[in-house]
Design a protein around this ligand. Structure first.
Ligand code: CA
Length: 227
């Protein structure tokens, strides 16, 4: 899942980027409203974390309004230094989906981002499930046939993205755009390599269960209990 962070204080922006990357998200950070507005047009962002007070011609509230006017409906989590009811109402009225008051804990930030990713609910609750494969997205626990599976951050991110799109054909471009950030140097071949890693962990050790990760030659990949 790919996240855009718009925050003018570099320290906070970097801390958020690092914190979310550790949790397996791909994160791009920008530092003013104008850049934020142009980045946010990219439909590949799954959530936008937006600071309310930004320098330049557009602050967070303005940015939010403009996006919604442009029919960009990416979920927005707004950050603010203030937490009065009036601020909250203004943020939500401008089109933000949720609101977080600084200082906040990473656990809370991650929980709010995850809640936004579940909206509209692709799956209800924090657990994603395809056949006997389950992913507990709150605790990053992956199990198949009740056995724990250890994944690297990128393997986990790839799996979670594919679980959210169960049964759909996922192209390499979609994977690159949702699982890696824009600075990542990534070749199409890299995706094949990661799909291979994942297959070796979630499918190969479970020959009695349906194989889930399918290569759709010429198109991409599909995660599904049926072909
Ligand atoms: Ca600020």
């Amino acid at each position: 899942m790919r996240i855009l962070v718009v925050e003018d204080e570099p320290k906070i922006a970097h801390a958020i980027k690092q914190g979310l990357e550790i949790k397996g998200f791909a994160v791009d950070a920008v530092y003013d409203g104008d850049t934020g507005l142009s980045y946010a047009q990219d439909p590949d962002y799954d959530v936008i974390v937006l600071d309310r007070m930004l320098p330049g011609s557009i602050d967070g509230t303005e940015l939010c309004k403009k996006l919604r006017e442009n029919k960009i409906n990416t979920p927005i989590l707004m950050l603010t230094a203030r937490g009065t009811i009036g601020d909250k109402v203004e943020g939500l009225n401008s089109g933000a989906d949720d609101y977080l008051v600084k200082p906040f804990s990473f656990d809370e930030l991650t929980a709010r981002v995850r809640a936004l990713l579940r909206r509209p609910p692709v799956q209800v609750g924090a657990e994603l499930k395809v056949a006997d494969l389950t992913v507990d997205t709150n605790n990053y626990v992956v199990k198949r046939a009740k056995e724990d599976i250890k994944l690297s951050h990128k393997e986990y991110a790839l799996l979670e993205y594919m679980m959210h799109h169960e049964g759909q054909i996922i192209t390499k471009d979609m994977i690159i755009n949702h699982v890696w950030d824009q600075d990542a140097d990534i070749l199409p071949n890299t995706i094949e390599v990661y799909i291979g890693y994942l297959r070796n962990k979630i499918d190969r050790p479970f020959p009695r269960s349906p194989q889930l990760l399918h290569t759709m030659r010429g198109f991409g990949y599909k995660l599904s209990a049926t072909n």
